[in-house]
Design a protein around this ligand. Structure first.
Ligand SMILES: Nc1ncnc2c1ncn2[C@@H]1O[C@H](COP(=O)(O)OP(=O)(O)OP(=O)(O)O)[C@@H](O)[C@H]1O
Ligand SMILES: Cc1ncc(CO)c(N)n1
Length: 294
């Protein structure tokens, strides 16, 4: 039972529906760290448990459908969420369960990161999961954030150059989401710049118009890029829940990832590509520990 103490401080409540990364760099662990770093109250619905580290994924255990549903109900029957971020869903059945539950609870703000493969190459969902996402979740999504591999899988054709981004975003937008962000992080790593392309629908004078914004930024030279996609989508969701419009939320989230990558260069976590560092604002890694403010 609640006490009668005043509860006037409002912080954004952000729910991630995602897989667990035992290594802590991606998945719901990354999501929670980002939400916390950005001042939101983070919550989790676990869809799958991955045995994972910086070298790769060794095992995946899907969570039973009724347990996925019960977690979503537990949150919306009590706490609620200002926005939902979706990551790894692992099977078409989990996609359907999540979509049905979110519809039942009338959830309207959804950032969908269509996670289908880990950077290490491990499959985190197959073609049938992609098809279920398109059918069940795209129409509910405020924003989808595919990387190049995911955009190629979802569209059934190769998206391999920045010149393909606009048409790919348009074709993905035609599949039902309100907005699409194509992430260019995996495009040729010899390029010194990265382009992420945002396309979204808006209404002007009662007419729907399609808007486009390219975010071009320097590629940070680092191996430690584990979790960039999860971090970006969680940061966008948190900034949206905090009241920013889509274009600014995406811009701020890209800057947050960049700062995390710069700070993550100085960390040595695991033998493979390590994670970025989402706590960069609080614990800057480039300073010797004794010089950091306490
Ligand atoms: N080396 C880099 N320097 C600067 N920004 C980067 C770098 N690598 C990725 N990003 C940014 O990180 C964000 C996520 O992009 P990316 O293409 O890596 O997504 P992803 O493949 O879904 O991530 P993940 O590898 O976690 O699955 C994008 O905004 C992208 O521009
Ligand atoms: C659990 C999980 N979700 C998402 C990704 C994508 O980075 C990953 N590697 N692991």
């Amino acid at each position: 039972m609640k006490s009668s103490l005043p509860t006037s401080v409002q912080i954004p409540k952000v729910l991630t529906i995602a897989g667990s990364d035992s290594g802590g760099g991606a998945g719901l662990q990354a999501d929670l760290k980002v939400m916390t770093a950005l001042g939101a109250y983070g919550m989790t619905v676990v869809t799958a448990i991955t045995a994972q580290n910086t070298l790769g994924v060794t095992r995946i255990q899907d969570v039973a459908l009724d347990i996925v549903e019960a977690q979503i109900d537990a949150i919306f029957d009590d706490i609620g969420a200002d926005i939902v971020k979706i990551g790894m869903l692992a099977s078409p059945e989990i996609v359907r369960t999540v979509a049905t539950s979110l519809l039942r609870h009338g959830v309207e703000k959804i950032v969908l990161d269509p996670v289908l493969r880990a950077t290490s190459g491990a499959s985190l969902g197959g073609d049938d999961t992609a098809a279920a996402m398109i059918a069940e979740l795209f129409p509910l999504a405020s924003l989808i954030t595919p990387n190049l591999d995911e955009a190629s899988l979802l569209l059934g054709r190769d998206i391999s150059s920045a010149g393909d981004f606009k048409q790919a975003a348009q074709d993905l937008l035609d599949m039902g989401p309100q907005a699409v962000l194509i992430k260019g992080g995996h495009l040729d790593s010899t390029h010194t710049q990265i382009t992420d392309l945002l396309m979204w629908r808006s209404v002007e004078d009662d007419l729907e118009v399609i808007q486009v914004k390219e975010f071009r930024h320097d590629r940070i030279k680092t191996e430690n890029t584990h979790g960039t996609g999860c971090t970006l989508a969680s940061a966008i969701a948190t900034y949206l829940a905090d009241g920013h419009d889509l274009m600014h939320a995406v811009g701020k989230a890209i800057s947050f990832v960049e700062a995390g990558l710069v700070a993550g260069q100085f960390l040595s976590i695991g033998e493979g590509p390590g994670p970025l560092w989402p706590m960069h604002d609080f614990y800057p890694t480039s300073l010797p520990v004794e010089n950091q403010s306490s």
